[in-house]
Write a protein that binds this ligand. Structure first.
Ligand code: ADP
Ligand code: MG
Length: 286
């Protein structure tokens, strides 16, 4: 191929905030059959906002929120940030945990003065044999369940917004004859709500970070080359394992390093644009 054409592709990308890491990236993109995406921070803004603190029994809502915030204060996950921000906004004093154990893509275990606190998803609390019969899932958002000394004490409802251009971008990708799949660690109901609003072809939910890679391998076996788009939070392995790894927006530094393509903006339209540029560039280079 003619390197000059790749320079023009790289130039066309940079005008749109798309950073191709060399001609090899442009060449690899032209062959992809599937775009697999992370949900949080890729299809959604990743701006989690606490909507409600829902205690069980006679526990106070603010106490539930304060315990969760103390537990989450050392985590850098966007869910954790939203809980800490909500507690601070209410003027609640946050305790500093004496021991913390974060389980990637699941939740956090911390020791506070009132005892052991667990904050995470349903499966995370279930793995600690917590009795969750008092938990009622009423909402299609992300919910963080909280246990104190191995007793379920309530949940916190957190919302995230779908990016404005998500549906248009998914439709543009599909228009390029490419299958769209979402790989997420979030629950099925929250994943289905996002799929319904964006028109994404397929969803795989409740995946742990290493399971995202297993799922990617299955997709590669069934359909061919896959571009994975993620922000690097809990998806670095799958980003590195994809035929084309794309890091989105204000992604983690490690993700930007491991990626073949970096989208400097968080707009989803960069995904179909990158594919179109790669296809045109390769036609010229032939
Ligand atoms: P996604 O695949 O949507 O980017 P992640 O893999 O980052 O999601 O997280 C998957 C799920 O794990 C979250 O939806 C949440 O239920 C749970 N989780 C991860 N980190 C935390 C945390 N710090 N506190 C509470 N729950 C968490
Ligand atoms: Mg993520």
């Amino acid at each position: 191929s003619v390197p000059l054409a790749f320079f023009s592709g790289i130039g066309a990308g940079s005008k749109r905030g798309i950073l191709f890491k060399g001609g090899a990236a442009l060449e690899a993109i032209k062959d992809i059959k599937v775009v697999a995406m992370d949900k949080t921070g890729t299809i959604t803004e990743g701006n989690f906002v606490v909507q409600n603190s829902v205690p069980t029994g006679n526990i106070e809502a603010d106490y539930l929120l304060a315990l969760a915030a103390g537990c989450e204060r050392t985590s850098t996950h966007p869910i954790a940030n939203s809980i800490v921000n909500a507690a601070c906004a209410k003027g609640l004093s946050l305790e500093r945990p004496t021991a913390v154990n974060e389980f990637s893509g699941r939740g956090v275990q911390a020791t506070l003065s009132d005892g052991e606190v667990l904050c995470g998803n349903f499966d995370f609390l279930e793995s600690f044999q917590i009795d969750l019969s008092d938990y009622k899932n009423e909402q299609y958002g992300t919910e963080v369940l909280v246990a104190l000394n191995r007793r379920f004490i309530g949940h916190i409802i957190i919302s995230d917004t779908i990016k404005e251009d998500a549906a248009a971008a998914i439709s543009a990708i599909k228009g390029l004859d490419i299958l769209t799949v979402m790989l997420t660690g979030d629950g099925k109901s929250s994943a289905e709500a996002v799929a319904a609003q964006t028109g994404i072809d397929d969803i795989r939910a409740k995946l742990l970070p290493h399971e995202k890679l297993t799922e990617l391998r299955k997709i590669q076996d069934s359909y061919g080359q896959v571009m994975f788009v993620g922000d690097g939070i809990n998806d670095a392995p799958v980003l590195a394992g994809a035929d084309v790894g794309a890091a989105m927006g204000s992604g983690a530094d490690a993700a930007i390093e491991a990626a073949d393509v970096v989208f400097m903006t968080s707009a989803m339209e960069a995904i179909p644009q990158s594919i179109s540029i790669a296809r045109i560039t390769n036609k010229i280079a032939v």
